[in-house]
Design a protein around this ligand. Structure first.
Ligand SMILES: Cc1cc2nc3c(=O)[nH]c(=O)nc-3n(C[C@H](O)[C@H](O)[C@H](O)COP(=O)(O)OP(=O)(O)OC[C@H]3O[C@@H](n4cnc5c(N)ncnc54)[C@H](O)[C@@H]3O)c2cc1C
Length: 404
């Protein structure tokens, strides 16, 4: 049996430093500009592609890491630089996760690299589940996928909303209902390849935070995709639908399988924002003088920092545990993936708010980044399942009761 250790390996430390250097040198200095511009930071994604950070190979290396920690480590460092830009860089990973969770190995090989493109021609991916009337309640999706047997094509119709990279992505992974009577068990995921007619961007949203990340509606109007774009294949889908119609348990819903895999990474992004704000506030508290002494000499301030640091470290432990469990195939018997995202997301909101408080008026103005980090943090209690939904998952897992 291998010895228990919480030390990172040499490789992990090296990767952490590599991403951190990029975050410090390129991402952090650009955070404010792209927040104001509210646009996808293409030049920075290209920089990331040039060094191999934005690439299918890098993400594959992270997925393969035996401990599962590489992806959360990279996400934490990048979000430490800036969460909006970080999401523009790692947003495509959610599309890839949709393919990895539901597709065949052949589909992953075919479509995975296209989620990122090359340094010369950067591409983006999007994962489109949410709809105007179906956010938390994924079972009530209205987007329909109908099979045209004569042509071996699927026809998609519906409107998706709040989609990261929606409409500007080259690869859209779309979750649609194949059999509405079966709710979420009647859903499947489809690849919509680049430039497919009928897919267009609807409204682009103006947001409170992560404004460097593009969020928009995706309209699907008679979008025809070849049969092989159904992730997992038709045979498997037919088997799954038959089991569901007989009332048997199925092996998981299309959207949920993706979210289970991605939650620790999303938690790690929240953790990165929290750490950035904590470090900034700590430095400030040592410098700022009031009543003739540094404000950190007041317990009221020092205890805030102690609580911030404690919650950040607790978040990291939860995130790393969930990532490790996911990678090593352990069952999330207590909703550990949800716990990690829930706690890290709420910690980011709490820590960034406390950082503003510690900095007083300076925390509230745009001269310092903490007000932006606070705005950025809030999305982490909303997307990829709200905090309430994460609590539901944990509550149901620990009790065995269908808590409502
Ligand atoms: C910036 C941004 C980026 C996004 N990116 C993507 C993306 O790339 N792909 C994608 O598919 N989606 C994306 N989303 C959508 C996001 O996942 C949803 O907004 C989220 O799941 C919540 O859904 P909703 O907004 O419809 O809220 P609702 O489901 O309407 O919930 C409203 C409130 O009711 C609570 N609530 C609902 N049901 C229950 C319940 N049973 N018990 C207790 N409380 C409940 C919720 O917790 C919440 O507080 C994004 C959203 C934003 C804002």
């Amino acid at each position: 049996m291998s010895e228990f250790s919480m030390d990172l390996s040499e490789d992990q430390i090296q990767l952490q430093k590599w991403v951190h250097d990029f975050a410090e040198g390129v991402v952090r200095p650009a955070g404010s500009e792209w927040d104001e511009r509210e646009e996808t930071p293409w030049p920075i994604i290209q920089e990331a592609a040039k060094i191999g950070l934005y690439s299918f190979d890098f993400i594959t290396q992270c997925f393969m890491d035996e401990s599962g920690l590489l992806l959360p480590i990279a996400n934490e460092e990048l979000a430490w630089g800036d969460a909006g830009i970080g999401l523009s860089i790692f947003g495509s990973t959610l599309g890839l996760a949709g393919i990895a969770a539901n597709g065949t190995p052949e589909q992953l090989v075919e479509w995975g690299p296209q989620c990122f493109g090359t340094p010369e021609k950067v591409q983006l991916a999007a994962f489109a589940v949410s709809e105007p009337d179906a956010g938390s309640d994924v079972s009530s999706l209205r987007t329909r996928a109908v099979y045209d047997e004569a042509k071996d094509e699927w026809v998609l119709n519906g409107t998706k909303t709040w989609i990261t990279n929606g409409g500007i992505a080259d690869i859209h992974v779309v979750v649609a209902s194949v059999d509405p009577d079966l709710g979420s068990r009647g859903q499947a995921s489809f690849i919509v390849p680049p430039k497919t007619p009928g897919l267009s961007q609807g409204q682009k949203f103006k947001k409170m935070g992560i404004r460097a990340s593009h969020t928009a509606e995706v309209v699907l109007d008679d979008v025809r995709v070849p049969g092989h774009c159904l992730l997992g294949g038709k045979e498997k889908l037919d088997e799954r639908l038959a089991r569901a119609r007989e009332g048997q348990r199925s092996s998981g819903q299309a959207a949920m399988k993706t979210f289970e895999a991605s939650r620790p990474s999303v938690g790690a992004q929240a953790l990165g924002i929290a750490r950035a704000a904590y470090e900034y506030a700590l430095d400030y508290a040592k410098e700022r003088k009031a009543f003739g002494r540094a404000i950190i000499e007041n317990q009221a301030i020092a205890f805030k920092l102690a609580d911030m640091k404690t919650r950040i470290d607790a978040s990291r432990l939860l995130v790393w545990r969930a990532a490790w469990m996911g990678r090593t195939g352990k069952d999330f018997t207590s909703g550990e993936g949800s716990m990690s995202k829930l706690y890290a997301g709420e910690t980011a909101v709490y820590v960034t708010e406390e950082a503003i408080q510690i900095m007083g008026g300076y925390g509230y103005i745009r001269e310092h980044p903490v007000e932006r980090w606070h705005r950025d943090s809030k999305i982490y209690t909303i997307f990829e399942g709200t905090s309430e939904i994460q609590r539901l998952i944990v509550a149901r897992a620990i009790s065995g009761v269908h808590v409502n």
